[in-house]
Design a protein around this ligand. Sequence first.
Ligand code: FAD
Ligand code: MG
Length: 335
Amino acid sequence: MFFKRKANIESPVIKEAYVLGTVIQLKVYGNKAEKAIDESIIRLNEIDDRMSVFKEFSDISRINKNAGVEAQVVNEDTYYVIEKAFEYAKLSQGAFDPTIRPLVNLWGVWTEHAKVPSKEEIAAELQYVNYKDIILNGTNSSIKLSKEKQCLDVGAIAKGYAADEVKQILKEDAIKSAIIDLGGNIFALGKKFDGSLWNIGIQHPLSSRGKFVGIVSFADKSVVTSGNYERYFIQEGKRYHHIIDPRTGYPSENGIISATIISDYSIDGDGLSTCVYVLGPQKAMKLIEGIRGVDAIVITEDRKVYVTSGIKDNFKITNEEFTEADLFTIGGRAK
Ligand code: FAD
Ligand code: MG
């Protein structure tokens, strides 16, 4: 299921594949583009095999099957991703929680059994959600969940890690210009082939694909968006999406409909985009303003766009339905 094009000086090699539960696209310029893409797809499949909650023999599934029983030694990359997920859970005081899986299963968003659960069902699963029950042992890269029935899900952070890994492979093959698109996790490597900045459109969260709220310009950065507009179901006229607030057990509802993070590492962008989505605009903007080298573009349902100070000069709203919110009215500060 690959789409190929031959590379020359101006035109990139473009390939698509299905991995990490999504269609990914790699657009790579340079002499070794073909080889670099092939190596990247092998690595992406390896990450999927190790970190998928859907594959019975993945590291994550082994940890889940042995919850409350015994620690499992995992690959170093899986350990690193879970350690990072734990870090973001702490930073967001549990708004991001990689033990969310029992609730993700219950809601079944993006599956055939998607439905609104009862309050009792939600309360029953909520007791298993607590990142503090992840026992990490760095001496032998082993991980254990304290209680039976607890379940890890690194879906909110592993695509970011995968994008960083692809970037590394491309760099080792002397690639200087590429777009790595892992279903919403984008890494724009270097600059465009002509030396200008990349322009990435921020998807209109209330409209069809390809319509943008604004354009962000930069070189060599990750751009990750968490939104409510791709994975969701509708019951009795109400939309239920896939990002669950671990404090309530319901899909997060705080006004945010799209949260984009611009950062040097995509694992940080992916982790933080989910944190920001659950935290809500005020707490989110404060958090991101305080992290050096990381910026956010947050869109709320009243069509306001919150932009951190570091990205203001490189982001332009191009859709007149949206207006920029004033950061200072919500207690933000310049870096
Ligand atoms: P993000 O905001 O980055 O993450 C949201 C996802 O994280 C949710 O879908 C849920 O799984 C989880 N989550 C929800 N709330 C929280 C929270 N508060 N804190 C932390 N995590 C939360 N999808 C398939 O349909 N089939 C597959 O076979 C499949 N395989 C995958 C294999 C791997 C290795 C990975 C990384 C993902 C895979 N996926 C698959 C997709 C996955 O289930 C998620 O839907 C996807 O990663 C969501 O990414 P996002 O960028 O849209 O949203
Ligand atoms: Mg994420």
